[in-house]
Design a protein. Structure first.
Length: 598
């Protein structure tokens, strides 16, 4: 077993970094971007020879568990190689992006345990933040575009979108040149400036790279670099009406920030030739310096019973299928956090699944296994009854001398962590037990309560079941039992009576009523959107069940977000939003055993 702090396991990306370090690929690298470009604050990374990775989310939704894989990978590599990982927002689509998402993403990456500060060489003792926005570089990107135009490497195309699509060709047919492809650099420059100055309508023209319309790689058939879009940007407001395409912006951002290893998911593999083309041209033109960054791809995370598309997650939120981005059933980091998953468990999960180039599905059970491995050794224990049935003792005053007697009991807060102390509670004449711990007619192998049988109340006494009360429908309303004297746990008599079953309980006189939210998988199919299926058609109608349970008095001081193991039930967290000491609310994170395989 590995843990989150153990030596990182090897993967092919570490192999690449090791080779690059050995070859001295980035040794002595100096920043040689555009010092005169005051519009961005990345103008002088501290140490351009450091291993630098980046995590580049688009602020158009909340991060999900797939992003966690990329975050743990990028920030983890930087940490392990003494480098730094930048958090960079790819905000090139102003219509879909919002500050709310920027804030949620910053929060989620911090929560996962990562940061982007590094020592500032300009100010000894101070740190600088490597938090960037693509929009920080819009001025540079614009100048780079003019330089490409000047070198005959880009042109303004005024074909309609339809014509452009048709002339692009397909996998079997080469594309054909646009009639605008032969414009001179001067014509192109003038037209591009008109685009910038708002003299052309949205969609009337695009700036395209001039590469090869017959390339077998469709991404090299003169890809678009800039489009016209009158939209207010969350950072730059209405300053621009042209915006760079992601595929153009991204390599430039990497180069300006002196990224060494630009790590992305395999969908971008076919974009790598353009990444290389663009950076090589800009280096040749003197706008960027070598050594430049290189792109490496890995397989995205696919997790069973989970959707990892921001668009589809947004649909779940917008259409009210869940209660917001942080609904504990959501695979967003905000949702996983509220559900009770710890940052350590998610890091452990990401470490265990590893990084490869092979597409595969990971069983959701591995995330729960990581959660259990993290919490088993640290979560305090408590007893809780989630489907309560009253158990009444008919010989209470004979055994204890008074009907109102309360018998003190105790249990370790954690079986292996004495420093967490002792839980104290009392046994009284009535206790709550789980409904399914009683059977009037016990099935074979049932060792809990049934008439004539003895069980131990955990940390309490041995009791013998004598019968039950039922309502008109035949439903059991209470169970009766007698206390077997001198059998209390921890006393010499405890072993005098042998029993085959031990059950959990909470004293009715001191139990705290609590709202307990029992979550289950959000979808009934392991691959909810497989084969183009509408994922909404396989929503699990029973993904959330709310019960009123009774919990041990020690939980009366539980603070929001505190995690516990409810004995025999699983791991629970005091809900971060609705839990209050006076009205406790617990979410079930997961059970004690894997139930996903069922
Ligand atoms: P979506 O398609 O859900 O919007 P995205 O990839 O477009 O996801 P981005 O914000 O662009 O979302 O993602 C930021 C980074 O996270 C990218 O580098 C992307 O490759 C990575 N990423 C996204 N989804 C996954 C995943 N399932 N597994 C691993 N990495 C992922
Ligand atoms: Mg994306």
């Amino acid at each position: 077993m590995t843990d989150a702090t153990s030596k990182p396991s090897s993967n092919f990306l570490r192999g690449i970094i090791d080779r690059d370090l050995e070859a001295g690929r980035y040794a002595g690298r100096r920043y040689a971007g555009t010092p005169g470009d005051a519009s961005h604050h990345a103008a002088a990374p501290v140490d351009a020879a450091k291993i630098r990775t980046r995590f580049p989310p688009e602020p158009n939704g909340y991060l999900h568990v797939g992003h966690a894989k990329s975050i743990c990978l990028n920030f983890g590599l930087a940490r392990d190689y003494g480098g730094v990982c930048h958090l960079r927002f790819d905000d090139t689509n102003p219509e879909k992006e919002e500050q709310e998402y920027v804030d949620a993403i910053v929060d989620a990456v911090h929560w996962l345990g990562f940061g982007w500060d590094e020592p500032d060489p300009a100010k000894p003792g101070a740190t600088r933040s490597n938090l960037y926005f693509a929009s920080d570089y819009f001025d540079f990107m614009y100048r780079a575009a003019e330089a490409l135009i000047g070198a005959g490497l880009a042109y303004v195309d005024e074909q309609t979108a339809e014509q452009m699509r048709a002339s692009r060709g397909d996998f079997t047919t080469p594309g054909t040149d646009s009639p605008f492809r032969s414009r001179t650099p001067d014509e192109n420059l003038a037209r591009f400036r008109e685009m910038r100055d708002g003299r052309l309508a949205d969609g009337a023209a695009v700036l395209r790279a001039k590469i090869d319309m017959a390339s077998p790689n469709i991404n090299l058939r003169d890809p678009a670099l800039y489009r016209i879009k009158r939209a207010t940007h969350h950072n730059t407001g209405d300053r621009w009406c042209i915006y760079p395409m992601y595929t153009y912006a991204h390599p430039i951002e990497d180069a300006l920030e002196c990224i060494t290893h630009s790590i992305c998911t395999l969908e971008f593999e076919d974009q790598r030739p353009f990444y290389d083309w663009l950076l090589d041209k800009l280096c040749d033109l003197g706008l960027l310096a070598r050594p430049r960054p290189h792109q490496h791809e890995f397989a995205r995370l696919n997790l069973s019973y989970v959707i990892t598309s921001k668009r589809k997650l947004r649909q779940l939120v917008d259409e009210g299928h869940v209660d917001g981005w942080d609904d504990p059933r959501m695979p967003t980091l905000a949702g996983l956090r509220r559900r009770g998953y710890t940052p350590q468990s998610i890091q452990l999960f990401c470490e265990r699944i590893g990084v490869t180039k092979d597409h595969s599905w990971i069983d959701y059970a591995s995330l729960d296994a990581a959660l259990r491995d993290d919490l088993e050794g640290k979560a305090p224990r408590a007893m809780a009854v989630l489907d309560p049935l009253k158990l009444e003792f008919t010989n209470w005053s004979e055994v204890f001398g008074a009907a109102g007697h309360l018998e003190p009991c105790q249990a370790p807060a954690h079986p292996h962590l004495p420093e967490l102390g002792t839980r104290r509670f009392t046994l009284g004449p009535e206790v709550w037990i789980e409904r399914d711990d009683f059977a009037e007619q016990p099935p074979k192998g049932f060792f809990r309560l049934f008439p004539g049988n003895k069980v131990r109340l955990k940390y309490g006494v041995v009791v013998e079941c004598t019968g039950c009360d039922k309502d008109a429908e035949g439903r059991v309303t209470a169970v009766r039992a007698t206390v077997v004297p001198d059998t209390k746990s921890g006393t010499p008599g405890a072993d005098a009576v042998k029993v085959k079953g031990t059950i959990t309980w909470v004293g009715a006189h001191e139990a705290l009523a609590a709202e307990v939210r029992l979550y289950d998988r959000l979808f009934t199919e392991a691959q909810p959107d497989a084969g183009g299926r509408d994922f909404l058609s396989v929503l699990n109608p029973a993904s959330k069940k709310v019960v009123t349970g009774y919990v041990e008095p020690c939980l009366g001081t539980a603070v929001a977000d505190a995690k516990f193991q409810f004995e025999r039930h699983g791991y629970f967290v005091a809900d971060a939003t609705s839990h209050a000491v006076t009205a406790p609310v617990f979410n079930r994170i997961t059970g004690l055993k894997d139930s996903w395989g069922k």
